[in-house]
Design a protein around this ligand. Structure first.
Ligand code: GLN
Length: 264
């Protein structure tokens, strides 16, 4: 099944990255984003509307990604800063060297690997489908069934957007409505402007908890690996990845995840 294959593909690629990053000493050319590095500040681009990975608590951006990135900066003896932007602006910010790296619950995909390099994966994601409790949509397959005309809400440029768009094209259907924030897509669902929202499972849980009358379908859409992205051939990739590997090995990453996601 193609939806499942996409998840598998992403997983395989992360393993490939893991092997290729080991012992990688950096490139000869000075990458554009080294500007951020020379100031000794690790600048993370994110979209702080993706709880529990990144979201605002008052004026401050908190969450799993923010804490892991801060721990990486500490380990590397660097200062740390976060730049909040739309999700689809993150990769351009990374490739143009405006920021040191992108960390945003970002799924490793083949398409993104054409323009950025990824770290090891530090978390798993699942694309799920949120519907109203009384929805006629009861499974992922309902979305792509012959003659289906459901309006699917997604966040622009996310894998939820990319996968549903491809699968709808394959099925000869064209019904994706794009929103700048996952929360806006969920709001549209509560107002019956879309019939469902395809989004990552952890933010989905938070959005469903915050809105009456919504539920998450039991069938998952795609399984994914989250990783940090860098400008291609950046020296920072090996440094940050080395720090990340240590933080995974000593349990810091899991402790941060456990702090934000309670085990069911
Ligand atoms: N994991 C999804 C992606 O990488 C969504 C990430 C997000 O919305 N922050 O496309």
């Amino acid at each position: 099944m193609k939806k499942f294959m996409k998840g598998l593909l992403a997983t395989t690629m992360v393993f490939a990255m893991m092997t290729s990053l080991v012992g990688c000493g950096g490139s000869e050319e000075a990458p554009a984003e080294e500007a951020a590095g020379t100031e000794n500040t690790l600048v993370m681009a994110t979209n702080a509307a993706f709880p529990p990975y990144e979201y605002y608590e008052g004026e401050e951006i908190v969450g799993i990604d923010a804490e892991i990135a801060k721990a990486i900066a500490d380990k590397l003896g660097m200062d740390f800063a976060i730049e909040d932007m739309e999700f689809d602006a993150i990769i351009p910010a990374v490739t143009s060297g405006k920021v040191s790296m992108g960390m945003a619950g970002m799924t490793v995909t083949e398409e993104r690997m054409q323009s950025v390099d990824f770290s090891d994966s530090y978390a798993k994601g699942v694309q799920v489908v949120i519907v109203k409790e009384d929805s006629a949509i009861t499974s992922v397959d309902d979305l792509f069934a012959e003659g289906a005309s459901h309006m699917i809400g997604v966040q622009t440029g996310t894998t939820g957007d990319l996968y549903t768009t491809w699968d709808l094209e394959d099925a000869g259907l064209a019904k994706v409505e794009r929103f700048n924030k996952g929360a806006d897509a969920v709001l549209a669902l509560t107002q019956d402007k879309v019939d469902c929202v395809v989004i990552d499972n952890e933010p989905a849980k938070e959005f469903v908890a915050a809105n009456e009358g919504l539920k998450i379908l039991e069938t998952a859409y795609a399984e994914e690996d989250y990783a940090i992205c860098f400008a291609k051939d950046s020296e920072l990739t090996a440094q940050v990845n080395g720090a990340l590997q240590e933080l995974i090995a000593d349990g810091t990453v899991q402790a941060i995840i456990d702090k934000y996601i309670s085990a069911e």
